[in-house]
Design a protein around this ligand. Structure first.
Ligand SMILES: Nc1nc2c(ncn2[C@@H]2O[C@H](COP(=O)(O)OP(=O)(O)OP(=O)(O)O)[C@@H](O)[C@H]2O)c(=O)[nH]1
Ligand SMILES: [Mg+2]
Length: 402
């Protein structure tokens, strides 16, 4: 399963967003370093399911389908807060970042309303600096990566400059587990015009730039600009966008309230919906009703949604440019071998081939892959076919079908 990391300064709403996304009970409080250890949970990407298009009733196995909305599970990790000099041990340090090494994307939660200082203490809304908060988190992560590399840098220089090994190969070994491979390392070395045969000549600045670019490419980031229920957030969002960040306006707290109310069947609401519907007025206290009305007025009315679903959706479908594809065993009935209709959906980088899909399902299936059938058009696909959004694909392999 794909993994996304939630990072950010302390006290900005990371755990609130995590709780909204997973409905897991986690600690939330209005002071820094409430979260001491990372929280792991499952959230869902939301797409329109192909079942409606195809006019079939599906029977999902690796995902869920609610009224034609397919929900695809993604693992997320809510990290403790990061402050300046965390890489030197300030606050809770950065050791916990080990847990998000495998992440395919990072969600940086920022207090867009500027209601917290750089260490996460509460201040008057509008006085904090959301752009600086995003930068400090990125820079600390870069320091963490740089420190990882420096442990081994002298040895790597020796190996490379005595021609025992190649730099790209040594770095790929060093960064394995971080989703950084040789091809990416090579691309970044070229982009920055660094000399791969003489790493001893790289300046400290050059090395840091190299690390920064590797991080940007291997862990692309999206900003969850939190607290849009506060009027000061509007300006913070403008500043973040001006600084070039990919920004999604969010109210984590509003989403948490709506999800909990939906769970208790007080309201009808699916994450990502532009509005909710009260099912049973009599179950609500007047305070609860007021809270819901405030969310409708300050968040949904103004921003069209709480933004939380958009954060994870945009991370995978825009930032990473993934597409959903439905593998089926039987291309006529659109079923697996147990007769489940449209049982699974996989997400793959745009540009993937049917063989890539086979490998994503199982290494054996990739190895024995013969060809694929487009189950909508009932045609055999060529070797160079690129999968498209919502494709329903049957893979024919030596000895079996999947
Ligand atoms: N106004 C407003 N406050 C929010 C929102 N989301 C979270 N908060 C508040 O922000 C404070 C911090 O929330 P947490 O979720 O504990 O923050 P965190 O980033 O996990 O903090 P640490 O674990 O200490 O790093 C709490 O008082 C939340 O109620 C929001 O959408 N709007
Ligand atoms: Mg927290």
């Amino acid at each position: 399963m794909e993994l996304a990391g939630i990072v950010g300064k302390p006290n900005v709403g990371k755990s609130t967003m995590f709780a909204a996304m997973t409905l897991a009970p986690v600690e939330i409080a209005s002071y820094p370093f409430t979260t001491i250890r990372p929280n792991r949970g499952i959230t869902y990407l939301r797409i329109n399911c192909v079942c409606r298009d195809l006019g079939v009733r599906d029977n999902p196995k690796n995902s869920r389908c609610v009224d034609g909305v397919r929900l695809i599970p993604i693992e997320i990790i809510d990290c403790p807060g990061i402050i300046r000099q965390a890489h030197e041990g300030r606050g809770l340090g950065l050791k916990f970042l080990d847990e998000i090494r495998q992440a395919s994307a990072l969600i940086i939660v920022v207090d867009a309303a500027g209601a917290t200082d750089p260490d996460g203490n509460q201040i008057k809304p509008g006085t904090g600096n959301p752009v600086e908060d995003a930068r400090l988190v990125e820079e600390e992560i870069d320091h963490w990566l740089c420190d990882l590399l420096i442990e081994d840098w002298k040895r790597i220089i020796r190996v490379v400059e005595s021609k025992v090994g190649r730099l790209e190969e040594e770095l790929a070994k060093k960064f394995s587990g971080l989703r950084i491979n040789e091809a990416l390392i090579q691309a970044v070395i070229q982009e920055l015009d660094l000399n791969p045969t003489r790493p001893s000549r790289w300046s400290t600045e050059g090395l840091f730039k190299f690390i920064r670019r590797l991080r940007e490419r291997s862990k692309p980031t999206i900003i969850a600009a939190n607290k849009i229920d506060l009027p000061e957030a509007e300006d913070g969002i403008k500043q973040l966008e001006k600084a070039g960040y990919r920004v999604v306006p969010v109210s984590a707290e509003a989403e948490r309230i709506l999800r909990l109310a939906a769970e208790k069947r007080i309201i009808r609401y699916l994450p990502g919906d532009p509005d909710f519907e009260i099912i049973d007025d009599s179950k609500l206290t007047s305070n609860q009703k007021k809270a819901l009305e405030l969310i409708r007025e300050k968040v949904l009315g103004r921003w069209k949604s709480t933004g939380v679903q958009e954060v994870i959706n945009k991370a995978y479908f825009e930032l990473l440019n993934y597409i959903p594809v439905y593998p089926v065993e039987n291309p006529e009935k659109l079923t697996d071998h147990d007769g489940n209709v449209l049982p699974d959906v996989y997400i793959l980088p745009n540009g993937s081939t049917p063989r890539d899909l086979a490998y994503a399902i199982h290494t054996d299936l990739g190895n024995t892959f013969l060809y694929a059938i487009d189950a909508r058009r009932k045609i055999r696909l060529g070797e160079d076919y690129r999968l498209k959004w919502g494709d329903v694909i049957s893979i024919v392999a030596a000895g079996k079908r999947a």
